[in-house]
Design a protein around this ligand. Sequence first.
Ligand code: ATP
Ligand code: LTN
Length: 354
Amino acid sequence: MTEAQASPPDAPRAPSAEPKKRPRVFSGVKPTGTLTLGNYLGALRNWVQGQREVDPIFCVVNDHAITIRIDPEELRRNTREVAAIYLAVGLDPEHCILFVQSDVPEHTGLAWVLNSVTYYGELHRMTQFKDKTAKGKLEGVSAGLLNYPILMAADILLYNTDEVPVGEDQKQHVELCRDVAIRFNGLFGETFVVPKPVIPKVGARIMSLDDPTRKMEKSNPNAGSYILLTDGPDVIKKKLARAVTDSGSEILATPDKPAITNLLTIASALTGKPIPQLQEAYVGKMYGHLKKDLGELVSETLKPIQEKVATYLADPAQLEAILDRGAERARAIAGPTLALAKKRIGLGWKAAAR
Ligand code: ATP
Ligand code: LTN
């Protein structure tokens, strides 16, 4: 633009020719088992809903899965299944980068670098570490379980991530990732984008069906505590029928009714109806009515997803091709970030790296 053409200082600004940069989004689920309704409502569903407005990368974080003992064949099977679920719930490989973590070695490479700027005390304080080690003796706990949040920080920081959509339980890990990024930048110079967690308003913490004070999780030994995305209608209805309830009979989401609150939260997340509206619809009805309706609702929601999972699993070559392409695209971003971090910290030592 020449000076003669320039707008006067008080004129409204012309819209910038540069399109606004979409936020980079990164998230993942670990293939420790088949995904639960909690994983779907707290994470996956939100990834799908937001995928068009952002620059999305989603990963099957299998390196994380080996922090607890898992049968190798089961891990391979779960990895394929979680990838198939990503596609079945509606993540579009034309639009998102979808890949498996172990196919991109930069993740473990950066994790080692970040080990040097993360403190033992920080890791030891993590609620997930405390929960997963509460009952066991510490001798049997892998170092990987303690270091787990460092690998998660590496996952996020490799991609210049702005936003990390996760359930409530992962907020603390994303906050640790922020601290690590800020510390590294402060010590060695601007290297990483500092990300923020994005937690859904409804469904961020779905609780166990057998104990509404614990979050629903796929590693719970009691299969009645969770609904799996692969559970058929009969199993879903049976699990919900057996779900613990609270004393009294009114269907209300109140602090003294954590079990009913959880069921209403699931119903609200799946129907999009606010909880007060659902409470009103159930005035004068029994807990059994809510459980029965929820059984139908969950089964109907999961049926089309299950059909698509089966289709993707039936064609392993197609699934692998999608994930290979994703890994290639991921490496194109992760490689330069790792190289920069190594240069900053002195591991990139050759003259050309300066
Ligand atoms: P594990 O039992 O192996 O620890 P998990 O079921 O807790 O696994 P993750 O793989 O740790 O699941 O979580 C994947 C995503 O799902 C994360 O974003 C996490 O916050 C979210 N998530 C997990 N459980 C729930 C839940 N009960 N409610 C809402 N979101 C959840
Ligand atoms: N720790 C997460 C899984 C995870 C993740 C990530 C989530 C590993 N790396 C990066 C978001 C971004 C969990 O859900 N347990």
